[in-house]
Design a protein around this ligand. Structure first.
Ligand code: PLP
Length: 271
């Protein structure tokens, strides 16, 4: 008797990130987002946080050998269509991931997670410099205003400085940078994301505007955006399309956020 193989083979993506026991961000948000996009999500857990909608109570980095063993198990079995990185916690983990993703053979989206929305640190302060090698492997790096400032020394306060920060990240070796948010729109009701792409004939800049949604339930929005972009890339879509569609998915996830837990809630991964 021959064993029947399943007839459907979806794109496969990998998230290398931390676990959020509260389910709103981290690995949990990444896998929900990939599922909502018809992408089979796999994971390498770098750290485990004890966390809920009120904040982070503890954070425990996994031993480097165990992180590497997870990566090896996934990488040797699956044909990965995209990889995303989130919370990497320490400099040795960032170094390991940068090393393993050298010539990953798939698009790599780097979300340089440093601080949770609650203000809790998710990255050792001495690990920020280690990001340089990982950014060099990135197809796209997706910092928020604070992360862009730490990584480039340029604070994106308006369209020009957001573009300059994006250009600096491309100068560090990323193929593209998406500098998220900030009050750079015409008024306080608009959020503008700035995409800088290294194209054959030079650097191209595009901006994506979306309405600022009046809610505190944004926990998990950064993870959701980078995973949605990775999911679109795993489907073989172009980077500008993946960014536009990923941004729209994230906006819906925040707009229809869920009232769960006793804190501000969590974003909603609507398919
Ligand atoms: N990764 C983990 C494990 C987290 O706990 C958090 C936030 O708490 C993040 C990433 C970043 O979350 P956000 O998507 O809100 O930037």
């Amino acid at each position: 008797m021959t064993r029947r193989r399943a007839p459907v083979s979806p794109p496969v993506a990998l998230t290398i990130a931390g676990s959020d026991s509260g389910g709103g961000a981290g690995i949990q948000a990444d896998l929900k987002t990939m599922e909502a996009h018809g992408v089979f999500g796999t994971s390498v857990v770098t750290a485990v946080t004890a966390q809920n909608t009120l904040g982070v109570e503890g954070s425990y980095a996994l031993p480097i050998e165990e992180i590497d063993a997870q990566y090896s198990a996934v990488q040797t079995d699956f044909d990965l269509g995209a990889v995303k990185t989130g919370m990497l916690a320490t400099a040795p983990v960032i170094d390991l991931v940068a090393d393993r993703l050298t010539d990953a053979g798939a698009p790599v989206v780097v979300d340089p997670v440093m601080v949770a929305a609650s203000g809790d640190r998710l990255l050792d302060p001495d690990a920020e410099a280690a990001y340089e090698d990982l950014i060099a492997e990135a197809t796209l790096v997706t910092p928020n205003v604070d992360e862009a400032t730490v990584l480039t020394g340029i604070e994106p306060t308006d369209r020009d400085t957001a573009r300059e920060a994006g250009e600096a990240l491309v100068g560090m070796g990323a193929d593209a940078a998406l500098v998220k948010g900030g009050h750079v729109g015409r008024d306080g009701n608009t959020v503008t994301d700035t995409l800088v792409v290294d194209e054959e004939d030079g650097l191209a800049t595009r901006t994506f505007e979306h309405p600022r949604i009046d809610t505190d339930a944004t926990h998990g929005s950064g993870c959701t955006l980078s995973s949605a972009i990775a999911a679109h890339l795993a489907h073989g879509e172009t980077l500008p399309f993946a960014v536009e569609a990923g941004t729209a998915f994230m906006e819906r996830a925040v707009r229809y956020s869920l009232d769960v837990g006793n804190g501000p809630g969590a974003v909603h991964h609507l398919a």
